[in-house]
Design a protein around this ligand. Structure first.
Ligand code: NAI
Length: 702
């Protein structure tokens, strides 16, 4: 095989009369404008050279991750995917996509525009645009239904979830699954097609899967799918666009797709989703922990404590195939803890097969002997939230853990530096703060102590990702980022209830904002006694919440909390709660009034944003966007709202400052006094995003 030219983003080669175009835009071959232009040029050149067939493949990790997201929202630079598709259609012979690794979004749309697709075993294929708040605007909504039928296409496009090459073959949008070198396989496929004189029909010319489609069945499926994405625009437009493939000729369908795409691309929701997409990547850049920082390979883990959190954490390791030793003080608690892991797997929504559950359980070893941590590379402590107990455990870990092992605490409130001082190796100690339920929630706050080494942080991040978490590095303070911010919301909830709200008003507003569950229903799930214990320890009061606990209303576990729960765990407003609230208002001399939904939303979000600003000032979070990642992955914040700091930027920090000052005066809550950072940014006309950009190493360098 011979290299013919030195094109930058597309390499052009030939094997006899079959030409090969290799996408070469590392690391993931995004379809930037220059690459698109070279692809058109390459197809042209192949045709002029008399090539009989063309094979398009990706170099490096994958075929293509799709559009270059940094080009979004900017003027479109031709040629676009449609022009490439035209060029493919104009080519006299077959154009075959050879796909390995992954083909996502525009990358898959490019492949769909080809005459045929050969995919390497295990390749992932997806149209994930919906997750960025848009739709596949490169013809994907028109070609996919023509290739695999309306309902399978609808499911792929509305969910954005990937399918494997093998599934794609069954669905019918991949023609062959190949083993070994993908380029060789695609060339062989093209050569066979030429020898057999096979005539391919392009997706745009096919009608066999869409003609006479049952529109009523399609609409019923749309309705069922959209029920799951309440409040989001993109899935609605995805469905409309796929429907156009059933009712309109191809070219008109492309125009419909374009119009529906344009409605989405500059929407608030798409901006928010793209913000979170970049924020997740940005959060992986940690000051003082450069890429290439050495890590400890975690071949074996240990968890101390088999309670609610310890069990969930051990489940994460076992599910990822990492052997984990579970150490308990109490033999009975140990047995119960491990049984609970098995039960949780069995009754989870996507329960793994029994064989897999047994494999996972075989990776978990329970013991009451602390010396068993000796062969672990990482130990995570999840014992009672008591500094004395934790200090004792860490002193013991210091004796038994191998030198160089990473020692982590799952504490939610305690001082990591103090815990580290219980050992003679504070450099190896940090916080790994999981969120409940630990086997499900994806957020992992990694708490950096004063002496924590870069290697320890890098190891925690690496292992966090290996067990499917989204790690965010935070500083050491009471509550870290997430709980510290939600903690400031509690007093406003009390005040809102006393001034005129009922629990269902507050939850309704937050749920229609998009939260999976309102704060009061969440409190019932976690247990109201826990909050009461924290308040007792801190010497603070919450008259209404305390009265509920005094009345034995601990939440779901006692069948009643902010709500009454029926036998199906469905919540219902409870007259007793209303009575307690009204009595409290009266006792405090407050005349109840009607409170608007806007005010409820403001008074719940503003205290969090204000605390977020203080967290930034103190350097507890590296960036405002890290805080948004914390809320999306740890607190059920809808990604399409972008997180609390993004919300504040969209409201505008001057307006945020004014509203904070107004509510601070009206509610006499010192927490609502605008944080100095908000004062400063508001005065400068700045934003949290602007602050992030100014602080980012790239901006400093460039
Ligand atoms: P838990 O009470 O369910 O479990 C603690 C377990 O540790 C018990 O089974 C106990 O027998 C065991 N234990 C106590 N001392 C021990 C020792 N010296 N050696 C070995 N095992 C010992 O508590 P939970 O809820 O799991 O909390 C554990 C930690 O996780 C706490 O630090 C808590 O603040 C933190 N956390 C809790 C969250 C939650 O939602 N429950 C969320 C995030 C962190």
């Amino acid at each position: 095989m011979q290299q013919q030219d030195e094109a930058h983003y597309v390499q052009h080669a030939a094997e006899g009369d079959i030409h090969i175009l290799r996408l070469a835009n590392p690391p993931v071959n995004t379809l930037r404008a220059a690459l698109r232009a070279e692809l058109v040029a390459g197809l042209n050149a192949a045709r002029e050279a008399g090539a009989k067939a063309v094979v398009i493949v990706g170099t490096g990790r994958m075929f293509s991750a799709g559009a270059e997201m940094t080009e979004f929202g900017k003027p479109r630079v031709p040629p676009g995917l449609h022009d490439i598709a035209e060029e493919i259609a104009r080519f006299p012979g077959p154009v075959v996509a050879g796909i390995h690794g992954g083909a996502y979004g525009g990358g898959l749309e490019l492949a769909l525009a080809c005459h045929a697709r050969v995919a390497a075993k295990g390749t992932k294929l997806a149209l994930p645009e919906v997750k960025r708040g848009i739709l596949p605007g490169g013809g994907g909504t028109q070609r996919m239904p023509r290739l695999i039928g309306p309902i399978p296409a609808l499911r792929m496009i509305v969910s954005g979830e990937p399918v494997t090459a093998e599934e794609a073959l069954k669905l019918g949008f991949v023609d062959e699954v190949a083993e070994g070198d993908i380029e060789a396989a695609a060339v062989a496929f093209a050569r066979r097609a030429l020898a057999e004189g096979h005539r391919f029909v392009l997706a745009r010319d096919r009608t066999d899967k869409t003609a006479g489609a049952d529109l009523a069945a399609f609409d019923a499926e749309v309705e069922a799918l959209l029920r799951r994405s309440r409040g989001m625009l993109a899935p609605v437009n995805c469905a409309k666009s796929v429907r156009a493939a059933l009712t309109e000729p191809f070219d008109q369908g492309l125009q419909t797709e374009r119009a529906l795409f344009n409605e989405l691309v500059n929407s608030e929701q798409s901006l928010a989703l793209r913000h979170i997409f970049f924020a997740e990547r940005e959060a992986q850049k940690v000051p003082g922990v450069p890429p290439g920082t050495p890590t400890v390979k975690v071949a074996k883990a240990a968890v101390i404590g088999a309670g609610t959190m310890g069990g969930g954490i051990a489940m994460c390791f076992a599910a990822a195939g990492i052997p984990v030793t579970v150490v308990e003080a109490d033999a009975e608690a140990l047995q119960k803890g491990i049984e609970r892991c098995a039960a949780n797997w069995r009754r989870s929504r996507n329960a793994p097969p029994e064989e897999e559950i047994r494999r996972r359980l075989s990776l978990m070893t329970g013991t009451t002997d602390m010396a068993a941590v000796g062969d672990a590379d990482l130990v995570i402590e999840a014992v009672f939230e008591d500094i004395g107990v934790k200090e004792k455990v860490f002193a013991e870990l210091d004796r038994h853990a191998r030198p160089g092992a990473i020692l982590a605490s799952n504490t939610s409130t305690l001082d990591i530096d103090r815990i580290a001082r219980a050992t003679r190796r504070p450099r190896d100690v940090l916080g790994m703060h999981f969120f409940s339920p630990a086997n499900i929630m994806r957020l992992l706050e990694i708490v950096r102590g004063r002496e924590t080494s870069p290697e320890a942080i890098a190891t925690a991040m690496e292992v966090g990702k290996a067990i499917g978490k989204v790690p965010v590095v935070v500083g050491n303070c009471d509550g870290f980022v997430g709980n510290r911010m939600t903690g400031k919301r509690g007093p406003q909830i009390e005040k809102l209830l006393a001034e005129g709200c009922l629990p269902q008003d507050i939850d309704r507003v937050m749920e229609s904002y998009g939260m999976a569950m309102g704060p009061l229903a969440t409190g019932d799930l976690a247990g109201l006694d826990i909050g009461a214990a924290v308040r007792r320890a801190r010497g603070t009061v919450a008259p209404i919440a305390d009265a509920l606990v005094a009345a034995g209303r601990y939440g779901q576990k006692t069948g009643k909390g902010w709500y009454r729960y029926d036998e199906n765990r469905r919540r219902h407003p409870d007259p007793e709660v209303e009575r307690i609230i009204l009595e409290t208002s009266q006792r405090l001399g407050i005349t109840r009034r009607r409170i608007s939904d806007e005010e409820i939303l403001d008074r719940l979000l503003l205290p969090m944003v204000n605390e977020g600003a203080r967290i930034l000032e103190e350097g507890i979070a590296t960036r405002a966007s890290d805080i948004d990642v914390v809320f999306v992955h740890g607190f059920g914040w809808p990604a399409w709202r972008g997180g609390p700091m993004f919300w504040a930027d969209r409201v505008g920090l001057k307006e945020v400052r004014d509203r904070l000052a107004r509510y601070a005066a009206a509610t006499n809550d010192p927490n609502l006094q605008p944080a100095p950072l908000i004062e400063r940014l508001a005065a400068e006309g700045g934003s949290f995003a602007g602050l992030d950009r100014a602080r980012s190493p790239a901006a400093a360098a460039g």
